[in-house]
Design a protein around this ligand. Structure first.
Ligand SMILES: C[S@@+](CC[C@H](N)C(=O)[O-])C[C@H]1O[C@@H](n2cnc3c(N)ncnc32)[C@H](O)[C@@H]1O
Length: 224
């Protein structure tokens, strides 16, 4: 993947979500949204998995350009859009939404407007972006559509499941993987412990993929 300076390098969370995407089997012709797309690694994976219509949204212009190039060099059609979460695709619906949003708990609830930290800083509980996605997912999904979203267990998976269920979705954890803290988490270990988000001396986090389905009114888009 081409990765301009400052764009998030695909890593364990990207890989775990891509694996679930493949396992879930995207129906040919599915409309897929890669939310918080970074280099576009997941958008490309969706197209390779058979999606007909792939849109990628990121707030960073560099990420949008990277997605465009990464799709283009593979001869894949992706529609890269710049903007805040669902705003560039307001009024549309998707059969599959993939999201690897920022989820690292940060010093304050003010999110960065520029720079690489925009890819991970997510407010004091790490939920600033996760909560927004959970709230809007049902209106952005077609009937029977599926959200696959990755997060750290440090930022409360039960809240994610509850938020999705409270807006009428079925939601469960479909994948987990323990990973040692990366450089950003390590630098925040004391803060995480102070807030009771990490156990003292514990330098591992569990990555979790949540799957949520909007109740079906018509055709089947994904199978497991
Ligand atoms: C953890 S990275 C994931 C990148 C890519 N999906 C991957 O898995 O490699 C999160 C991405 O979210 C983007 N982002 C942060 N806040 C956003 C927002 N409000 N709307 C859209 N994108 C956002 C960042 O620019 C960054 O590219």
């Amino acid at each position: 993947m081409l990765r301009p300076l400052g764009v998030y390098a695909p890593q364990g969370d990207t890989e775990l979500l891509a694996r679930e995407l493949r396992r879930a089997a995207v129906a040919p012709g599915a409309r897929v949204l890669d939310l918080c797309s970074g280099t576009g690694a997941l958008a490309v994976a969706a197209a390779l998995a058979g999606a007909r219509d792939v849109t990628a949204v990121d707030i960073s212009l560099r990420a949008v350009l990277a997605t465009w190039v990464n799709a283009r060099v593979r001869g894949i059609r992706v529609r890269p859009l710049r903007g805040d979460l669902f705003s560039p695709v307001a009024g549309e619906t998707f059969d599959v939404i993939l999201a690897n949003p920022p989820y690292v708990p940060s010093e304050s609830d003010r999110l960065p407007r520029h720079g690489p930290a925009r890819a991970w800083d997510a407010g004091t509980r790490g939920r600033a972006v996760l909560d927004r996605i959970c709230a809007s997912a049902p209106t952005m999904l077609a009937s029977g559509g599926t959200l696959l979203m990755v997060q750290s267990a440090l930022c409360d998976v039960r809240t994610t499941l509850g938020a999705l269920q409270s807006v009428g979705m079925t939601a469960s954890v479909v994948a987990r993987r323990a990973e040692p803290f990366g450089p950003v988490m390590l630098a925040r270990a004391a803060l995480l412990e102070e807030r009771g988000l990490a156990r003292p001396g514990h330098r591992y986090q569990e990555l979790v993929v949540v799957r949520a389905d909007r109740p079906r009114r018509g055709s089947v888009h994904m199978t497991r």
